[in-house]
Ligand binder design. Structure first.
Ligand SMILES: *Cc1c(COP(=O)(O)O)cnc(C)c1O
Length: 393
């Protein structure tokens, strides 16, 4: 149902889903759709995974919320699990990606002031996406997200993505930098995958200048790229990591993890969230982590990513106007040489859910529980759609 009772902030597709199971959604007319978007990279375990539904149901019938006035055993347990998975030292829980990034931005300010910088600044990237709150939209490298909401927050210095020399130049000329905030792969900005050693180079610069390396793993985290966090491909440890999306498989939860020089920055009273880390959210995330591990899904994300990108390459790479097919695990982008937003509706008509980002990049964020048959169906349907679309140009 559509209604004017909602503030029209979203351009929605004309479909209403009523049920989901694994990689499939069913609409009000009983049509089935293969979901290659997982609710924007959220439902990594697919829709209504039985282990998640069970964890939510059990916890909801025992205890939902108490607030952080008291100890929360599930929160403690989740923090320790995440610490073991990530190599980071401590965790703060919020309810979304933007909130996790707000915590990171506050940490960068604390670190700057501690260094004696009066107006500390964070290096942020062109084409980045960090959320829709005032600080995170200011950090985002997309004018459309910012327009109308000026004045943006101060203390941000913009640099091109995947350009280490640009960061070195800033380091030389700007003594007020206290941190870098960067996505290991840019999701919203066009599925941009940097050079393999990009994060290593940033880590080195951060060490040299006593800056925090803050990685926004809201989309890349929780197994999606074939490691629990994407920085684990690089063998480095950042100072701050933020995550959300896949952490709750649809339950709203976000986290900001700290290590090294960021570990002691937040002192009692410095930050907080009413819902953050409540028993229900943490019980859900614990079930997500257990399932990822038990079913070997992080390794599976690598295999599936390769299968899908190889399959698409076989069918599309030679076509004129296919610029590049790239992936890191199950973040998959097909860049075309022309705008292709209309493919989203065409795919929907064929029972496939995809997304187009940056105007000309078809983006897939399929669930990690995909079968090979389902992966092949995505390859088949999508390559037919794209080749038909290109033939008509
Ligand atoms: C989705 C996303 C966010 C924002 O997360 P919300 O939960 O919508 O606030 C931030 N950073 C990245 C990289 C994202 O993909």
């Amino acid at each position: 149902m559509t209604t004017d009772a909602l503030i029209p902030t979203y351009a929605r597709l004309p479909v209403h889903f009523t049920e989901g199971k694994g990689a499939w959604l069913t609409d009000t007319d009983g049509n089935r759709y293969l979901d290659a978007m997982s609710g924007i990279g959220v439902c990594g375990l697919g829709h209504c995974h039985p282990a998640i539904t069970q964890a939510i149901t059990e916890q909801a019938s025992r205890l939902i919320h108490t607030s952080n006035l008291y100890h929360i055993d599930k929160q403690t347990e989740l923090a320790e699990r995440l610490r073991n998975l990530s190599g980071m030292e401590r965790v703060f829980f919020g309810n979304s990606g933007a909130e996790a990034n707000e915590a990171a931005i506050k940490l960068a300010r604390l670190h700057g002031h501690k260094k004696g910088i009066e107006v500390p600044s964070i290096i942020v990237m062109e084409d980045s996406f960090h959320g829709r709150t005032l600080a995170t939209l200011s950090a985002t490298g997309n004018r459309k997200v910012q327009a109308g909401f000026e004045p943006l927050i101060r203390g941000l210095t913009r640099a091109p993505y995947n350009d280490v020399d640009a960061i070195k130049t800033i380091a030389k000329n700007n003594p007020s930098i206290s941190a870098i905030l960067v996505e290991p792969v840019q999701g919203e900005g066009g599925l941009n995958i940097p050079a393999n050693d990009y994060l290593n180079a940033l880590k080195e610069i951060c060490e040299e200048h006593d800056w925090l390396l803050m990685l926004d793993e809201v989309q890349t985290g929780n197994g999606r790229t074939g490691k629990y966090f994407s920085y684990q491909h690089n063998g480095i440890l950042p100072d701050v990591v933020t995550t959300a999306k896949g952490l709750g498989n649809g339950f709203p939860i976000g986290a900001c993890l700290v290590a090294g020089k960021a570990t002691e920055l937040f002192q009692p009273g410095a930050h907080g969230s009413t819902y953050g880390g409540n028993p229900l959210g943490c019980a859900t995330s614990l079930a997500v982590l257990t399932t990822l591990e038990k079913d070997g899904l992080i390794q599976r994300a690598s295999e599936l990513g390769k299968r899908i990108s190889d399959g698409l390459n076989d069918r599309l790479a030679e076509l004129e106007n296919v610029t590049e097919i790239r992936n890191k695990g199950l973040m998959i982008g097909i860049e075309l040489a022309l705008p292709c937003g209309e493919l989203v509706q065409q795919a929907l008509n064929k029972g496939l859910l995809i997304n187009v980002t940056a105007g000309n990049v078809v983006r897939l964020l399929p669930p990690l529980v995909l079968s090979n048959t389902e992966a092949d169906e995505i390859i088949q349907k999508l390559s037919t759609l794209i080749s038909t679309f290109l033939l008509k140009q």
